[in-house]
Write a protein that binds this ligand. Sequence first.
Ligand code: SAM
Length: 221
Amino acid sequence: MTIKSSIVTSNQSGIHKDLESSVKKHLANPFRKPYRPFSAEIFHKANEIINNLELPIILDSGCGTGESSYLLSKQNPDVLVVGIDKSEKRLDKFISNENFYDKDNLILIRADVIDIWRMIKQSNWNIKKHYLLYPNPWPKKDQLKRRWHGHPVFPEMISLCDQIELRTNWRIYAEEFKQTLDIVTEKNVLLDSIEVTDFISPFEKKYYDSGHELYRVITIN
Ligand SMILES: C[S@@+](CC[C@H](N)C(=O)[O-])C[C@H]1O[C@@H](n2cnc3c(N)ncnc32)[C@H](O)[C@@H]1O
């Protein structure tokens, strides 16, 4: 029996009133929190492989179990897919105790993207597309800072590549993400509902099976 997931509920009825001011503050004040030594070590390992391969990259941030990254690597054999998740448990299917997986055109890293994104930026990875699949919604009004578009690292994250795709089951998250992209970049941004038949990730399947509406925000060149 599949356990149904509850629909996202919030004390917010639309885009957060502080979204624009928070984004502008983050644009004016670059995020400078020091990297954790652990993140630097694991990034260094990935960076060496990536520099030697010289392949374009698809980034799958907050990849959970790594199944979406695996799927993307099979669908894009000429690209290196890098999946990152900080969870102790979720990557267990691929990673045992080394916090790192590297096979064929797939690398999986157990680490915090808040550090890794900034290190990627400094190392100029050739990223073709960045996926953010079903990030935790943090739906309470006072949790704006925890949503990716409300986080101080957002401007740096968004500058990693031209193409980004976010998927979520909370419409307000999608609307806020689009609005933030409209402020931060000059790209055309599309928000739409998606009808999925082939699921890209376990959370997508779970939300679909629970009858949730699914949304996508993408940049169009
Ligand atoms: C709701 S799950 C979605 C997982 C997967 N993308 C999917 O669609 O099945 C959100 C994931 O984001 C990861 N995550 C949240 N904050 C993160 C961070 N700062 N660094 C890396 N992973 C993070 C969590 O560990 C969790 O696995």
